[in-house]
Design a binder for this molecule. Structure first.
Ligand code: TXA
Ligand code: MG
Length: 331
């Protein structure tokens, strides 16, 4: 169920004016918060890259009010795009399509494709309707860091670099949209999300290709991403308990994200028992990582999620969050 509409019409109109004036607006979507700018204003788009600290060649997603708006941003739109949009838009799905002539390199990172999505969050929809154009919005976090799923997260990431943040409550899905590339000869899954590969394959009636070497560049697929500042390590449940206890006994502060409440009762340990149900786990994931990061510990130990399709997107985010941190054996 979409959450209650908690932003009034005058705040929406004000936010639309900020966008028209070339400013940055933090706004909720059903996945994560976006850092939005007028997609047709290059000066506004440059502000996104500066605020995020994101390299200019990393492309953005353009958020649209409805499927009819796709024609302004993409060309040679294949039947598969119509099929997926009919089934999943508005919703947590991003489509990569051939870009229309004249679309800014600041949106596409200089590639000949563009990422488009019609979000379902009522505040995002109201903002798109009031603004009347495409809103470019990456996830509202500093480059490589944990995504934002509340308005407070956005404010703490950007401070005065964002002109306005619309507060639509905690995001329902909690992790970024599924990205499907329809610009090549065969549809490819570029980023797993709450809409799973099997569902997409059923909707398309074909098997999806994984992101191959020839796929367009996707910064979300670089190794380190979605990362807390504290080193994060993924390991199986028994090792979490063992390592957390031994590190705590040695006087280290340890943070744990586990699916079980089997908490060894030791002082100096911060233990978050996450849901054992994937949708609820995803809903809380980034808020949990932020809380554990803020606990001032030397390490965050995360219990590995199950190797099941329903956990694929969570697995993806946690693996990237852990990239570059020491492995359990090395501690
Ligand atoms: O759920 C979401 O998708 C959120 C909300 C705000 O809509 N947005 C989001 O944006 O996650 P961002 O910028 O953090 O991630 C977008 C991903 C990046 O990995 C980017 O490289 C990829 O989409 N992307 C954008 N344009 C692309 C293109 N033309 N080809 C391939 N990947 C593209
Ligand atoms: Mg992001």
């Amino acid at each position: 169920m979409p959450r209650a509409f908690s932003v009034d019409a005058s705040s929406i109109e004000h936010a639309a004016q900020v966008l028209r004036a070339g400013g940055l607006v933090g706004f909720p979507t059903e996945t994560v918060y976006g850092l939005g700018a007028d997609a047709s204003n290059d000066e506004a788009l440059k502000k996104i890259y500066t605020a995020k600290g994101r390299p200019r060649n990393h492309p953005l997603i353009v958020h649209l009010e409805d499927f009819a708006a796709v024609a302004q941003w993409a060309k040679n739109v294949p039947g598969a795009a119509h099929a997926l949009a009919r089934r999943y838009w508005p919703g947590p799905l991003t489509l990569i399509l051939e870009r229309a002539d004249g679309v800014s390199d600041l949106l596409t990172g200089g590639q000949d494709t563009i990422a488009l999505r019609v979000p379902s969050h009522p505040v995002a929809r109201a903002l798109l309707a009031a603004f009347g154009g495409g809103i470019a919005a990456p996830s509202a976090n500093r480059y490589g860091r944990v995504s934002a799923t509340t308005a407070d997260h956005v404010r703490s990431e950007f401070g005065s670099a964002v002109d306005l943040v619309l507060d639509g409550g905690a995001c329902e899905v909690g992790i970024e949209s599924t990205i499907v590339d329809l610009s090549g000869p065969q549809p490819a899954l570029l980023r797993p999300g709450s809409i799973g590969a099997a569902e997409l394959e059923a909707a398309l009636g074909i098997v999806l290709a994984g992101a191959g070497a020839a796929s367009p560049r996707v910064p979300g697929s670089i190794a380190k991403h979605y990362s807390p500042q504290t080193p994060l390590m993924l390991m199986e449940a028994d090792l979490v308990v063992e390592l957390a206890a031994s590190m705590t006994r040695q006087g280290h502060k340890v943070a744990v994200l586990a699916r079980s409440a089997r908490q060894p009762l030791l002082e100096g340990m911060t233990w978050v028992a996450a849901s054992s149900e994937p949708a609820a786990y995803a809903h809380d994931l980034y808020a949990n990582l932020r809380a554990l990061d803020a606990a001032g510990c030397g390490a965050i130990l995360v219990e590995e999620p199950p190797l099941e399709p329903a956990w694929a997107a969570i697995h993806d985010r946690l693996t990237r969050a852990a990239a570059g941190s020491p492995t359990p054996d090395a501690t």
